[in-house]
Design a protein around this ligand. Structure first.
Ligand SMILES: Nc1ncnc2c1ncn2[C@@H]1O[C@H](COP(=O)(O)OP(=O)(O)OP(=O)(O)O)[C@@H](O)[C@H]1O
Length: 262
C-alpha cells in the first residue's frame, strides 16, 4: 500500500494529524456571553478559551448554572457570543449570516438531545435520513450501513419510535446525528432519559463512534459515570473553565465535582 492509499483509508481526523495539519474540530477564544443588561445582566460565559481536537470525546461538566448549555449552544451556532470567538474548524461563526449558520449546522454538525426528538410517524431509517432528505441529498448508503451496524440498530430500521426501547430510540438519534459525517456531534445530556443499562450501552456506542469511526463528540452531562467515558472532561464554574481531566475516572470526576459543589 502506498502512503497515499493508507491515508485515504484513514478517518479524516487522523489524516489531518498525520499530514501535520492540526485544525481543531471546534474552539472558542476568550468567549464571553452576557444575558440581559444593566442590573439584570448575567455573565454566563466569562473568557472561555477551549480547543476541541478532531476524533476526540470531550465531556463538559459543572454545577447547575455554570454555563454548560450556553457554551454548547454558542459553539454549535445556536446562540451568539457577546464577545470573543466560537469556531467550527476554521470558520468563525460570527462571520456567518443566520442563514449560513443554519446551513453549517445542517451540513457540519450533529445534535443529540436528552429527549430523543424522533418523529413518531416515521420509521427509524426515515428519521435517520430525514436531515439529508430535507437538504436534498442522498445519504451515503455505505456510511448509513456502517453507522446503524455500529449502533446495533440495523434490524430496527423499519420500526417506528414507539416500537423501540428508549435506548434504541436514542441510538437512532445518534445515527441521525452522524449521517452527514459531521465535524462535531453535540450531545446534551444524551443519557438523561435512559435507565442505567441503556445509558451504559449508549455511552459505549458513543465511545466507539469516536474510536472506530473517527467522529468528534462533545457531551454535556451531570453524570460523573458518563463523563468517565470521555477522553477529557472540562469543568465549568460561574462561566469559566476551572479544571480539566484527561483519561478521567468516575472517582476523579466525582472528587472535582465535590469541590465545585455540583
Ligand atoms: N436566556 C437566558 N436569559 C438570561 N439568563 C440566562 C439565559 N440562559 C441562561 N441564563 C443564565 O446563564 C447562566 C448559565 O446558564 P446555563 O443554562 O448555560 O447553565 P448550565 O450549566 O447548562 O445549567 P444546568 O446544568 O442547570 O442546565 C445561568 O445563570 C442562567 O440562569
Amino acid at each position: 500500500m502506498t502512503t497515499e492509499s493508507v491515508r485515504s483509508a484513514l478517518p479524516a481526523a487522523l489524516t489531518e494529524v498525520s499530514s501535520g495539519r492540526t485544525e481543531l474540530a471546534a474552539s472558542t477564544r476568550h468567549a464571553c456571553k452576557i444575558y440581559g443588561s444593566g442590573d439584570t445582566a448575567v455573565t454566563a460565559l466569562d473568557d472561555v478559551s477551549l480547543e476541541l481536537p478532531p476524533g476526540r470525546f470531550t465531556a463538559i461538566m459543572g454545577p447547575s448554572g455554570s454555563g454548560k448549555s450556553t457554551l454548547m449552544h454558542c459553539l454549535a451556532g445556536l446562540d451568539t457570543l457577546t464577545s470573543g470567538q466560537a469556531l467550527i474548524g476554521g470558520t468563525d461563526l460570527a462571520s456567518l449570516t443566520e442563514k449560513q449558520r443554519t446551513i453549517l449546522r445542517r451540513d457540519r454538525l450533529g445534535f443529540v438531545f436528552q429527549s430523543f426528538n424522533l418523529l413518531s410517524t416515521l420509521t427509524a431509517e426515515e428519521n435517520i435520513t430525514l436531515p439529508a432528505d430535507l437538504a436534498g441529498r442522498d445519504p451515503d448508503p455505505a456510511w448509513l450501513e456502517t453507522v446503524v451496524t455500529k449502533l446495533n440498530i440495523a434490524d430496527r430500521m423499519a420500526h417506528r419510535p414507539s416500537e423501540l426501547s428508549g435506548g434504541q430510540q436514542q441510538r437512532v438519534a445518534v445515527a441521525r446525528a452522524l449521517i452527514s459525517q459531521p465535524d462535531v456531534v453535540f450531545a446534551d445530556e444524551p443519557t438523561g432519559a435512559l435507565d442505567s443499562r441503556a445509558s451504559t450501552e449508549l455511552l459505549r456506542f458513543l465511545r466507539s463512534v469516536v474510536d472506530d469511526l473517527g467522529q468528534t463528540v462533545v457531551m454535556v452531562t451531570h453524570d460523573p459515570g458518563a463523563a468517565a467515558y470521555a477522553d477529557r472532561v472540562v469543568f465549568l464554574a460561574d462561566g469559566a473553565i476551572v479544571d480539566e481531566l484527561d483519561d478521567p475516572s468516575k472517582e476523579r470526576v466525582l472528587a472535582i465535582m465535590g469541590r465545585l459543589g455540583g
